[in-house]
Design a protein around this ligand. Structure first.
Ligand code: HPA
Ligand code: ZN
Length: 332
């Protein structure tokens, strides 16, 4: 039985499937450096975060018009609902588009129009703009100022890309401005970077959720803080395997994180690149880490708790989770 899932860590650009890459390349007459589909697919093997990011940013060359962003976002909504997602907070790497000459308004027009149809697809959504950590903090601030001037329908801001080349403090002005405008804050940390990066996004950026955060497990004091303050961690198991954060799924710390009382959720990150949407992430961790109905219930409830939704929507999501769990247990 499919879990009613809340997805809190998915990059819209990471849902760009190879078929859509080639279709958009043709529509926009973009010449890609791939001979054919087999050649493109042969590049989906990564040695770490950076080797993935190189392909991920390169493939965005096919996203040019509002219609492209509409099609990308709609394809995600369809696939997410099939995967059991009832509420999704999706990331948009706006600077990856403005940086190659696509206007922010063009990107937003497409994404906004598609997200406006979320309910028709059977889920609710929110939009989180993620700043790119390999670019200067001043550019993150300018990107946010532009989005605010465009009246972008933002739920929050986040931070992603490589953790190794900058300090979180560079992004404090952008995060402060976001908070001044009533936006929520999340940040990637503790994926390729050490536990200290998690401390930094909590103490300097005041992030409400940590994206990934698996390397927090290297620091028992940090684990106690995260558990005590119920800071959610949006864990992406298949991503962690494909980007070599862990050697195999059997080595993944998800079960230990649950046992430590951390508010962990399961997410897909970049499903078109890592071999599965949220249902496949859940299926594989449940099987490999032998998670039972109670552990799955905790994961589902954690997602509802960690979502940036109002009380009425939270109650609806909670009710769906409770019904699903009762059926799961009755089924044996
Ligand atoms: N980490 C950092 N940046 C990213 C990721 C990730 O897993 N996916 C897309 N951008
Ligand atoms: Zn991510």
């Amino acid at each position: 039985m499919q879990m009613p899932a809340v997805e809190l860590h998915v990059h819209l650009e990471g849902t760009l499937e190879p078929e859509l890459i080639l279709a958009l390349a043709e529509r926009n007459r973009v010449v890609l450096p791939y001979a054919d589909m087999d050649d493109l697919r042969s590049r989906y093997s990564f040695t770490g975060l950076q080797s993935f990011l190189d392909l991920y940013y390169a493939n965005m060359a096919v996203l040019r018009t509002a219609e492209d962003f509409y099609d990308l976002t709609t394809a995600y909504l369809v696939r997410a609902r099939e995967a059991g997602v009832r509420h999704a907070e999706v990331f948009l790497d706006i600077q990856a588009h403005t940086g190659r000459g696509i206007r922010a308004a063009e990107v937003l027009d497409g994404v906004k129009a598609a997200l406006a149809t979320s309910r028709d697809h059977g889920l609710t959504t929110g939009l989180i703009v993620t700043f790119l950590r390999h670019l200067p903090g001043a550019e993150a601030l300018a990107a946010l100022q532009e989005l605010l001037a465009l009246d972008a329908p933002l739920l929050g801001v986040g931070l992603c890309s490589t953790e190794l080349t900058s300090h979180a403090s560079e992004f404090a002005p952008a995060f402060d401005l976001a908070r001044d405008h009533g936006l929520h804050t999340v940040a990637h940390a503790g994926e390729e970077g050490p536990a200290q990066n998690v401390w930094d996004v909590l103490d300097i950026l005041h992030a409400e959720r940590v994206d990934h955060g698996v390397r927090a497990m290297e620091d028992p004091v940090l684990v106690r803080r995260l558990a005590g303050e119920r800071v959610p961690l949006t864990v992406c198991p298949l991503s962690n395997v494909r980007l070599r954060v862990v050697d195999t799924l059997a080595d993944h710390p998800l079960r230990r994180m649950l046992e430590a009382g951390l508010v962990v959720t399961v997410n897909s990150d970049d499903p078109a690149y890592f071999g599965g949407y949220v249902d496949e992430n859940l299926r594989q961790v449940a099987e490999v880490l032998s998670l039972g109905p109670d552990e799955l219930l905790t994961l589902a409830r954690n997602g509802v708790e960690a979502a940036f939704v109002d009380g009425a929507r939270r109650a609806e999501l909670d009710a769906e989770v409770t019904t699903w769990h009762q059926r799961l247990v009755a089924q044996g």
